[in-house]
Design a binder for this molecule. Sequence first.
Ligand SMILES: Nc1ncnc2c1ncn2[C@@H]1O[C@H](COP(=O)(O)OP(=O)(O)O)[C@@H](O)[C@H]1O
Ligand SMILES: [Mg+2]
Length: 358
Amino acid sequence: MNEERLVSAEQSVEDQAIDAALRPKQLDDFIGQERVREQLSLVLHSALRRGRTPDHVLLSGGPGLGKTTLAMIIAAELGKPLRITSGPAIERAGDLAAVLSTLSEGEVLFLDEIHRMARPAEEMLYLAMEDFRVDVVVGKGPGATAIPLDIARFTLVGATTRAGMLPGPLRDRFGFTAHMDFYEPAELEVIVRRSAGLLGVRIDDEAAAEVAFRSRGTPRIANRLLRRVRDYAEVRADGRVTRELARAALKLYEVDEEGLDRLDRAVLRALLTKFGGGPVGLSTLAVSVGEEPETVEVVAEPFLVRQGLLARTARGRVATAAAWEHLGLTPPPSAGLPTGTGAAPATGALFDVDTEPD
Ligand SMILES: Nc1ncnc2c1ncn2[C@@H]1O[C@H](COP(=O)(O)OP(=O)(O)O)[C@@H](O)[C@H]1O
Ligand SMILES: [Mg+2]
C-alpha cells in the first residue's frame, strides 16, 4: 500500500533513478535546512583546512528529507570517495569488518538506516570510529584470538529515521548530529522549480507553489508530485504547468490542498462521522476504513498529527477542531466532552471505544 501512495515519503522504484538525477551535488545547491547546512559547512571546511578527516556525522530525519543527498554532498565537498552500505546489510560483525578493512584514507562511509545494524557489529563500529582499529577474531571457541588491525582514517556518515533507537554509546561517538526537519513551503517551492528546470518541465511560479504546499514538507514527495503534474500537463495540455492545471492534476490524483490523500481523508472522515470525533482506539478506527492498524498508524497518522488534525490520547484517537473544518463538517455539540459521561456519539454508529494502549 505504502509503495503505491503518491504522498509516501518512502523511495519507490521510480524514485530511485529520478532521485539520483535531481540530487544537488554541492552544499550550496542544497536548499533549506539552513542551520544544518551552516553547521555542516563549518565541520567540513575546518577539517579541510587542518588537513584532517572530519568528525563522524549523524543525519537524523524522516524519509525523503535529504539524508542520502547530504551524505553524497559530504564526500563531494571533501573530495573523497563514498562507500555506501546500510544497517540491514550488516548482519554480522564480519560484514562490517570487510567494509572497514578496505576503506581508503579519508574515505566517507555512508551507513544508511544505521539503527538496523546487527548488535555484534555495533561494538566493532565503536572501536573503528574511535581508534580506527578493528579486532579481527581468528579461530573459534576458547582458542579464538582477537588480532587488532589498523584501518584507514575514515568519516562515518550515519543516517537514521529513528535517532531515539540508537544506543547512547553509538550516538555519542558522532561529533556532529544534523537534525533534518520538514521543509517550509517556500523552500519546497524552490526545490520544485529547480527540479522542473532539470527535468525540462515548464512550470509557472504559482503552480510550483501549489505543488510545494501539498508535499508534506518533503522534497521527495514534491519531486514526485511534480512528475505527476507534468504527465497531466503533457497529455491534457501543451505541457506547460499552470496553477489551474496543477490543481486539476492533483485533484485527479486525490491529493488535497493540505497534501492529504485518500487514506488520510478516509481515516479522518471515519473518525468524525462514525465515532463523533473520538476518542476511538486505533484498531477500531483501522477496521472502519478497511486497513491494518499498522498502516493507519505508520502511514496516515504521523502526518495527520503533524497537521494538527488528529491527536493521540491515552484513551484513543481524537479529532481536532481543524479536522472538522478540513472536511467541511460541523462538530456535534457533544464534541470535546470526555466519553463515558453520557455524551451521545454523533451518528450512533458503532461506538465501541476500545481501551488498547497507544
Ligand atoms: N535540500 C534539498 N534540496 C533539493 N533537493 C532535495 C533536498 N533534499 C532532498 N532533495 C531531493 O529529494 C529526494 C530525496 O532525498 P534523499 O536524500 O534520497 O532523502 P532521504 O535519504 O532522507 O530519504 C532526492 O531526489 C533529492 O533530489
Ligand atoms: Mg536515503
